[in-house]
Design a protein around this ligand. Structure first.
Ligand code: KIV
Ligand code: ZN
Length: 524
């Protein structure tokens, strides 16, 4: 059986649609917010990865969200670009306007259907909810042929009522029906039962795309997703590194690799170019400042590392003894000596292309090249990871109001640490000198003198980009101000310089956040 869909045409039965919501559900979680440039970079990476749908944001939430969805719709070609909306007319019009420039666009309308949500959140009677489901889908269909309808808290919805809502949404013109496990409460059997029921009982259920959206509160998001697929679901909603509300969403890389590694058990395929997985995961980690845990499946540092002698011996004799997929298939490559201090700009540009950066603008190339030369002067060997760290660091800094210029630090056991810092603020270079309880503290004190602010530093963490004492440090700084939280990153062979860069990055993000109007209370 194949399905005819307004965005995808005729879809083979075994082809799954990967709907990525990193930029919406993922970005919505505390500490993961991204600015416009970062969202565009992620959207490009998701396109290279081969996702079918990018949920680019929630346009009504703020002018910044609207702008991001619209820019992605204007720029990105390939995936369907989707904007989320509640059922209100304003929500839907705003989403429609934001996705309008897309080559292929989708409006995603959601409405709670569980007894708990209807009573306490919506304060509406079931019949009114049913009517609203139908009328909001019908309104969205005036602006897009491709409309998704989600039953928020669907997994805790009373079965008969869920069937009636889904039927109403299909009749009103929904082309995708998504049943989320909004609170991560379901077990795989629940998801399988729900979709089997919908397919058996709802007229037209087999003519639309059924979709699953699972949160990971019990660590079951991927298992629930695969159970839904076994019950006939064609679209999977997921995020890179599994980011998302609370414990996150089903992780794209885990789902995609399960599908690829176990065709015998799952019998489906995706359009994901799996060799780009690691690159995309690292880009997200760099942008948000949240590294995945070392033992995270597929993209964690230890995911392919064999520590025990027995395993190492086995893998050397035959990789299949302990490896169910190759590291290369998801983008892990051996660290290679890439370039030296004599390498020129053209070779550097070629390297960036090989690392998946596409065309980097001249200004960014010049800045990144200058920093590469600097690193190459200080570091014996420059690895791919070093180049990725410094280019990501540079690209993130595009359009920033505050820029790092220079830092001179005195540290050690003889005298109080002292920092002399220069920053460029709105184009003018300013300098300050300060002492502190350590070189990092002195640097941050100098920074606060140059750019006064009330934000509190709530997290400071340092990691190494590669091995060795000459490795670049990657620093994350978290600032909080009036309930707003931002993370900044910086990379450099000098940990204190990386710290200053990270603080500056966080501060710039805070300025962007201040400029955004406060998002309305967002559910889901
Ligand atoms: O978790 C949820 O219910 C959602 C919906 C908006 C799809 O994110
Ligand atoms: Zn969600």
């Amino acid at each position: 059986m194949s399905t005819n869909h307004p965005s995808f045409g005729t879809l083979d039965e075994d082809r799954l649609i990967i709907f990525d919501t990193t930029l919406r559900d993922g970005e919505q979680s505390p500490g993961f917010s991204m600015n416009l440039t970062e969202k565009l970079r992620m959207a490009e990476a998701l396109t290279d990865l081969g996702v079918d749908v990018i949920e680019a944001g929630f346009p009504i939430a703020s002018p910044g969200d609207f702008e991001s969805v619209r820019s992605i719709a204007q720029t990105i070609r390939g995936p369907v670009i989707c904007g989320l909306a509640r059922t209100g007319r304003e929500d839907i019009l705003r989403a429609a306007e934001a996705v309008k420039p897309a080559e292929r666009r989708r409006i995603h309308v959601f409405l709670s259907t569980s007894p708990l949500h209807m009573k306490h959140k919506l304060r509406m009677e079931p019949d009114a909810v049913l009517e609203l489901a139908a009328s909001s889908v019908a309104l969205a269909r005036q602006f897009a042929d491709d409309v998704e309808w989600s039953a928020e808290d669907g997994s805790r919805t009373e079965p008969d009522f869920l069937c009636r809502c889904v039927e109403a949404a299909i009749k009103a013109g929904a082309t995708t029906i998504n049943i989320p496990d909004t609170v991560g409460y379901a077990v795989p059997e629940d998801m399988a039962r729900i979709f089997t029921m919908l397919r058996e009982r709802v007229p037209g259920a087999d003519e639309v795309i059924l979709s699953t959206h699972n949160h990971n509160d019990l660590g079951l998001a991927v298992a629930n997703t695969l159970a839904a697929v076994a019950a006939g679901v064609r679209q999977i909603e997921c995020t890179i590194n599994g980011i998302g509300e609370r414990a996150g969403n089903a992780s794209l890389e885990e789902v995609a690799m399960a599908v690829r590694t176990r065709p015998d058990a799952i019998g489906r395929r995706t359009g994901i170019r799996t060799e780009n997985i690691l690159r995309t995961s690292k880009l997200l980690a760099t942008i948000t400042g949240f590294d995945v845990q070392p033992n995270k499946a597929i993209v964690g540092r230890n995911a392919f590392a064999h520590e025990s002698g027995i395993h190492q011996d086995g893998v050397l004799k035959h990789a299949g003894t302990y490896e169910i997929m190759t590291p290369e298939s998801v983008g892990w490559t051996k660290s290679s000596l890439v370039m030296g201090k004599h390498s020129g700009r053209a070779a550097f540009r070629d390297k960036l292309r090989a690392l998946g950066y596409g065309e980097v603008g001249d200004n960014q190339l010049n800045d990144a090249f200058r920093r590469f030369k600097d690193v190459a002067d200080r570091k014996k060997v420059v690895y791919d990871e070093d180049i990725v760290a410094l280019v990501d660091d540079e690209v993130m800094r595009d359009h920033e109001r505050i820029r790092f210029v220079s830092l001179d630090v005195r540290a050690g056991s003889k005298a109080p640490p002292r920092a002399e810092l220069e920053l460029e603020v709105d184009g003018a270079v300013q300098a300050a000198e300060a002492t502190g309880d350590g070189p990092v503290d002195a640097t941050f004190n100098a920074l606060r003198q140059i750019f006064q602010h009330d934000a509190t530093l709530t997290l400071y963490s340092v990691g190494a980009v590669t091995d060795g004492t000459d490795a670049q440090a990657r620093v994350t700084v978290r600032l909080e101000e009036n309930g707003k939280m931002v993370d900044g990153q910086g990379a450099d062979t000098d940990t204190i310089v990386a710290s200053a860069r990270a603080y500056v990055h966080a501060l710039n993000k805070l300025l962007v956040k201040r400029a955004r109007t406060e998002p309305e209370a967002l559910s889901a």
